[in-house]
Write a protein that binds this ligand. Structure first.
Ligand SMILES: [Mg+2]
Length: 156
């Protein structure tokens, strides 16, 4: 299915800020990358979404480089482990995530997104479900988006 124009953006879709956790989300307990990670990063970028990687234990650029994924990642942050919204500012996260992928449910409850199992079977396809859900969400008109043109929307 190809409903993308030449710039690879969804025709009327929104561009989403997608935040991936690292441990047990992308990199599993055995150090291996979860299935389909690069494909999904590639597809998200191509569709005009922005990929951020965050982690409760630090900036994970090196881990992404090691797995050849750094090229798809726009920036890295430290993830708030509690009071998720309140702590974004202090941690230097300049936007509210549109969609998070995390094995910790509290993070997904706070921002919305995908609660991914912390274990992956050899034929794991969780990230393909993530991709499909993001594409679907981006194509939908924003629910509750009732501002009049020109009205100011407070962000943070
Ligand atoms: Mg994790």
């Amino acid at each position: 299915m190809s409903d993308h124009n030449e710039e690879g953006r969804p025709p009327n879709g929104r561009s989403l800020n997608v935040f991936f956790d690292v441990d047990n989300t992308l990199i599993m307990w055995n150090g291996k990358l979860r299935n389909h990670t690069e494909h999904v990063f590639q597809q998200l970028k191509e569709a005009g979404h922005t990929i951020y990687v965050w982690s409760g234990v630090g900036i994970r650029r090196w881990d992404m480089k090691r797995h050849n994924l750094d090229q798809y990642v726009t920036d890295y942050f430290i993830k708030p482990l509690e009071k998720h919204h309140e702590k974004l500012d202090a941690l230097g996260v300049p936007m509210i995530p549109d969609y998070v992928i995390d094995d910790h449910k509290t993070v997904v409850d706070a921002f919305g997104g995908y609660h991914i199992p912390d274990m992956a079977k050899p034929d794991d396809e969780e990230l393909l479900h993530v991709l499909a859900e993001i594409m679907e969400m981006a194509a939908l008109p924003t629910l509750g988006d009732t501002e009049e043109p020109g009205s100011t929307v407070a962000i943070g």
